[in-house]
Design a protein around this ligand. Structure first.
Ligand code: ADP
Ligand code: MG
Length: 474
């Protein structure tokens, strides 16, 4: 390979036909005189525009099959011209400087020599230390195993995005099982009911993963009094859009019943009926409480308490909240309740932190929660991984805050535009690398790869993933 030109943070390398280069590959341009190397990553491959090649290609086509006889080429020029035609130009982004001891610095203020520099492929694994102390095996890159350190997923916000069927949930399951394997408490908001068999291998054996699956009318019921006023008021106003005036009346009724030690959903409904308040308030409250009643989520008998949630997730337990076949309203109520409970558990320091995996969160998360999750929740130790196939439903500000982003295939320009706003890489890198990426391969950005964008073919999993779309013709 040879350096062709450099402009701003881009270097163009000439790759000859026998040299292997793929989008996403890293190279180091070593300058022996300066005893350091420039680390670059190929983001696009083009044909080298050599003068005269177009003419030669056209001539080839026109004479193809029309002339008989043998080519006389005593100086063997045609093979050289052919090589020129197949010479590629690798458009590369500069990622930093590698010092002689192998360390990377962001400095890019020097230029390697065009004549004496040696360009060789660079295995990025060395820089991400092949998983470090707590390796999470993600997959492969060009035959080389890629592991990242679980601590890179800690303390922040991760986003997994890509179009439908590209392998997002699969990666989420892989991360989930690995994190739980390292003892991390995990909660999954599962909209498609596809995480419920993660503890079984494909042939039906049980794995060591400690998984608890809860669903409405199957272990998921709460006691109103135990949830507390704050959570219940949140459910009414956020999940059920109760107006503020009615919310005030609810608070008064709550306190009254609480003082009498008779706080259950039926007694609240009764109290509302006989409370002296405006009819519109009564109606607003009654209709919402009726929804709560019908949701089947509130039952004083054997409710799910904070202690039980804590018990299921501590020391690497996975709690799957199965939201499959639930209405939008029930999902929103459940998420509100769960986030309330997790906030309580984490703020009282019963747990250091918990990891929340939220599939298609825009379906059940109210707008203001996004900010809450990346600021307040993160502060108390709730670290979220969003999984979505609609990148434009996540606000731009959330992308900017993301610590790790895993991007799978997108074909739609609008979607690629939306993810280009991620702060962890420049938009050129994302656009070029994501376009045409095969399914099950993803682009990794962020802390886990020390901000060096990396392509990974995601590992298989021997679990019953249940993510398959139901088909008639199969
Ligand atoms: N790396 C992988 N290795 C093996 N199978 C995979 C891999 N990634 C995805 N799959 C399979 O492909 C299908 C679609 O993947 P899934 O993760 O459900 O897609 P998405 O969530 O992006 O819609 C599933 O059946 C899943 O098991
Ligand atoms: Mg999915």
């Amino acid at each position: 390979m040879r350096i062709y030109r450099k402009e701003a943070d881009e270097v163009q390398l000439i790759a000859f036909p026998d040299e292997h280069v793929q989008k996403g590959d890293y190279f180091v341009i070593e300058d022996p005189a300066q005893s350091r190397g420039l680390l670059v990553q190929a983001i696009d491959l083009q044909y080298a525009n050599v003068p005269g090649v177009l003419e030669d290609i056209l001539r080839d086509v026109m004479t193809d099959g029309e002339l008989s006889g043998e080519d006389v080429d005593p100086l063997n020029i045609s093979s050289q011209v052919d090589a020129l035609k197949d010479t590629r130009l690798a458009v590369c982004k500069i990622r930093g400087t590698i010092a002689q001891d192998g360390s990377l610095s962001p400095s890019t203020s020097w230029l390697p020599s065009r004549t004496s520099s040696k360009i060789r492929p660079y295995a990025i694994n060395r820089l991400i230390m092949n998983g470090g102390k707590m390796p999470v095996k993600l997959g492969h890159n060009d035959g080389e195993a890629i592991s990242v350190d679980a601590s890179g997923l800690d303390g922040g916000l991760n986003i997994i995005t890509g179009r439908k069927g590209s392998g997002k949930s699969h990666l989420a399951k892989l991360l989930l099982l690995s994190m739980a394997g390292w003892g991390a408490p995990c909660i999954v908001l599962d909209v498609n009911g596809e995480y419920v068999n993660l503890h079984k291998s494909r042939d039906g054996r049980q794995s060591t993963a400690r998984l608890t699956v809860l669903a409405p009318r199957s272990g998921l019921n709460f006691s109103m009094a135990k949830l507390g006023l704050r959570t219940m008021a949140g459910v009414l106003s956020h999940a059920l859009d109760l107006p503020a005036t009615s919310s005030k009346v609810f608070t008064i009724i709550w306190k009254d019943l609480e003082a009498r030690g008779d706080l259950t959903l039926p007694t609240v409904i009764q109290a509302v009926q006989s409370w002296s308040c405006h009819d519109s308030v009564r109606e607003a409250l009654t209709s919402r409480l009726q929804v709560l009643m019908e949701s089947g989520l509130f039952d004083e008998a054997n409710p799910l308490t904070e202690e039980r949630i804590l018990h299921t997730i501590e020391r690497g337990g996975i709690l799957v909240v199965n939201l499959k076949n639930q209405s939008q309203i029930v999902r929103r109520i459940l998420v509100e309740v769960f986030l309330g409970e997790l906030t309580k558990i984490l703020s009282s320091n019963w747990l250091k932190a918990a990891f929340l995996f939220a599939e298609e969160a825009h379906l059940y998360l109210r707008d203001t929660y996004w900010d809450d999750i990346v600021t307040r929740m993160r502060h108390i130790g709730l670290f979220t991984t969003f999984i979505t196939n609609q990148p434009d439903t996540v606000q731009e500000a959330i992308y900017r805050q993301a610590d790790n982003v895993f991007i799978f295939n997108f074909t739609n320009e609008h979607d690629i535009e939306a993810i280009g706003k991620v702060a962890k890489a420049d938009s050129d890198t994302i656009r070029y690398l994501v376009r045409g990426i095969p399914t099950r391969r993803c682009l990794l950005l962020g802390n886990v790869v020390k901000d060096l964008p990396l392509m990974v073919d995601v590992e298989q999993l021997d679990v019953r993933t249940m993510g398959e779309t139901r088909l008639f013709f199969s």
